[in-house]
Structure formats: C-alpha cells, structure tokens
Design a protein around this ligand. Structure first.
Ligand code: PLP
Length: 427
C-alpha cells in the first residue's frame, strides 16, 4: 500500500492536491457560504449527491428565464434553442464517455432508470429459463433489484461474484460463475460503500468470450475517473448527472447502437414514435425511441455545464486529487483505534467513498453528532443491504469526497470522530 506522501511524490506531470486547489474550487459552490449549526459546512456526502457550482445553477436559471420551451416539437426560436441545448448535452456526454455516437446516449431520470430499461427491455427479450445473470455482492440496489426481478420473471439464475475480506472482487472462480449460460454481467465500476474500483476491463473480456453482454454501473465511477466506454467495449453504461455536479432527475443510459436498435422501448407516449395510427405504431429512431414524454430539458442544459466544468478541471486531475485525499483520509482514520474502515486499504484500488464503523457508537448517532459540527456524512446501508450484512454490520457511516474537499475537511472529520467518543462518554 502506498502512503499519502508516496502518492504525492508519484504524481509526475499530473497536478497534485497542491496545484489542484480544492479551496479555490469551493468558491464556485454557493452552498459552501452557508453554515450548519453555526459551523462552516463540511460536505462529505458526495457519493449520495454532489453540490452544484454556480455555472450549473446559472444555466438552470437562464434556461427557465430566457429559453423555456418544449423540445423537438416547435418551429419557433425558443423551441429551437431549447432543443439545441438539450441535444448539445447529448453530444457532450457522448464525448465525455469516450467518443461514442450521440444516438447511443439516452437521457433517463437517473442511473436506476437506465439499468431498469436494460433489464426490462433487453432482459425480457433475451433472458430465458436456465440462463444466468451475473452481478456482484457489492451492487447498489439499483443494480441488484432489476436483475433479481428479471431472474424471477424468466427463471434465469442470478449468480454473484463474491468479494474478498479486503473488499475486492474474488475472481478465483470467475470462469465457473460466468459460463456459457451467462446472458449478461452487470457490475459496478466503483462501489458506493467499499470504494473498490473493479477490474471491469478484465471482466468485460471474460464475459464477451463467453458470449455474455456487460452492463457497467458507472454511477460512482463516471463522476470520479476518466471512463472510456469505447475502449472498455462495455455494451451498456448507466450513470446519474446529480453525482457529477449536475441536477437531480437526469441520468444516462449508454448502449451500443446494434443492441439499442433491436431493443423495444419500455415507456410509451409522445416523442418516442415516428408514426401512430388508431391501430398501429412505429417507434422513433435512436435515441428518442427511449425518451417518451417531455424530458428534463433544463436538467440536460445544466448537465452540459457540469460536464464542461469537470472537463475544464480534467478527469485525470480529479482522480489524482481524490487518490491523494483518499490516501490521507485512510491514514487519518487508521490512526483512530476505535474506527474500523471497510474496503481496500490501498488507495489506488479504490475511490473516495469510505464506509467505517465506530466500535461503540451507532452509525446514526455518529452521523447526527457530526452534523452538529457542520459535517455532512451518511449513515445506513447505503442502498446495499446484502453487502452491509456481509460486512457483519447493520449499517455504516460513510464519508465521501469530491473535487471541493480538502485535507482540512478530513482533519475536521477525524477531530469530530474523537469528539464523538468524548460526547458519548467512551473516553
Ligand atoms: N449505482 C451506484 C453504485 C450508486 O451509488 C447509486 C446511487 O447512490 C446508484 C447506482 C443509483 O443512482 P440514482 O439514485 O441516481 O439512480
């Protein structure tokens, strides 16, 4: 395992914490001007949702103030502008994830809806009794429940790739788990509990050799790592704008055109048709076939601004910053003998979602106490109940970082954990 100092020294030409300047980035986020319980806000809950920079907020306001119209349907200037803003973000997303075709990028409500579309549309058409669906033990419910339901509906067997004691995927029996009966492998690229970054490249290759499709849950990876879905050759990718500076209510399903073309829509109505008769209907072309009804236009416009903000920082730089800060946080937490951290100890194998438990204080009490200090963390099962049970606990406290977090924030967290021991009289 590399220490925080070694990682700082390794960083070569890539900007480090010192040149990345999260303190400067914080100034772009109005929320950091507020206090919580009279203390400056320390936001360590970005795995749940990230804060929004002024440019994203301005884009929403500008859209509703000066551009508001429905997309695709009007021939007037406002409708054209709204459509241009909406479609421009689609093109930006396509570039952001490795230069795929804009037709392969579908706007959804969130990552959850994106995964459900694949499970329902592709799944119900292609998965049969006796087939296998493979996921991992570290999936968020969004990438577990849709597959559980598909296995129930079809009689296919749901198999899990296990995790090791240190929170990595156990690939020792991967050739038995992903076999010729496997129709799809759906896995997260980064765990929202353990922080683990999974070797998706290797798993995609194994799955494809066995003739299986692969869906990557990128809800935690796309906001934090450079993700080139074209280079990975994954068949589907799902993620949410709100976890990467964008608004809530908008997400992305990427799918390879050859598969999306063959898939049936799961929601019917306006926009997704090319021709409707009283007795019949023909679907629209990609990507609109999957976008029934009025979409989140302001959300798309603002997501475009969020992507631009991230691109200006550079995804490599973001990863480098988070790697350093995660290493720092792991070191600070490891020094607290009453805290157990879950997930890989090597910061290079993980992202900055760090779940932990105090030996004595319940995670909910701990999170509530930290809130009195202005520190926002999350407590619970983080929508990964089976994983939490596997860890031998009913819940954990989770601190998660993003571009605006500093070593100071981590110091406050560590101090807060010490203070909690005093407050709850364990010292
Ligand atoms: N997958 C992972 C790994 C997540 O962490 C989350 C949200 O926390 C989701 C999927 C679902 O994202 P959303 O609630 O935006 O659909």
């Amino acid at each position: 395992m590399k220490s925080h100092r070694q990682i700082l020294e390794m960083s070569g030409g890539v900007p480090t914490v010192t040149s990345f300047k999260p303190e400067r980035i914080k100034l772009d986020f109005p929320i950091f001007t507020r206090t919580v319980h009279g203390k400056p806000l320390i936001y360590l809950d970005s795995a749940a949702t990230t804060q929004k920079p002024q440019v994203v907020l301005d884009t929403i306001e500008k859209y509703y103030s000066y551009q508001n119209a429905n997309v695709h349907r009007g021939l007037h200037t406002l409708a054209e502008e709204a459509t241009a803003a909406y479609e421009a973000t689609r093109t930006k997303v396509a570039e952001f994830i490795g230069g795929v075709k804009p037709e392969e990028v579908i706007f959804t409500r969130n990552a959850t809806e994106a995964i459900n579309i694949v499970a329902q549309s592709w799944g119900e058409a292609n998965v049969r009794h006796g087939d296998r669906i493979v996921i991992t033990q570290m999936e968020h419910h969004a990438n577990l429940v849709p597959w559980l339901m598909l296995s129930r509906k079809t009689g296919a067997k749901l198999k899990y790739i296990k995790i090791t004691g240190d929170g990595l995927l156990d690939l020792s029996d991967i050739d038995e788990i992903i076999d010729s009966r496997t129709k799809i492998v759906a896995l997260t690229q980064m765990s929202n509990v353990l922080g683990t970054i999974n070797p998706v490249e290797e798993i995609i290759e194994i799955a494809h050799k066995k003739g299986a499709m692969v869906l990557i849950d990128g809800a935690q990876s796309v906001p934090h790592l450079p993700v080139d879905i074209k280079a990975l050759h994954a068949d589907f990718l799902a993620f949410s704008a709100h976890k990467m500076l964008g608004p809530t209510g908008i997400g992305i399903l990427y799918g390879k055109q050859e598969f999306l073309e063959k898939m049936e829509p799961v929601t019917y109505g306006g926009e997704m048709i090319s021709d409707v008769r009283f007795e019949s209907v023909r679907w629209n072309t990609l990507p609109w076939k999957f976008e029934a009804g009025t979409p989140h236009i302001a959300g798309a416009a603002a997501f475009g601004a969020a992507l631009q903000y991230l691109q200006n920082l550079g995804m490599d730089n973001i990863r480098r910053h988070e790697l350093e800060l995660t290493a720092y946080a792991l070191e600070r937490l490891a020094a607290l003998d009453f805290i157990k951290v879950f997930g890989p100890t090597d910061p290079e194998k993980r992202g900055g979602a760090i779940a932990f438990a105090d030996n004595d204080i319940h995670p909910h009490d701990l999170a509530t106490f930290l809130d009195t200090l202005g520190i926002a963390v999350r407590a619970g099962h983080h929508c990964a109940q089976p994983l939490t049970k596997l860890l031998g606990v009913s819940s954990t406290t989770r601190a998660s970082i993003y571009i605006y977090n500093t070593t100071d924030d981590i110091d406050h967290l560590a101090d807060g954990l010490n203070e909690a021991r005093k407050y709850f009289r364990y010292v």
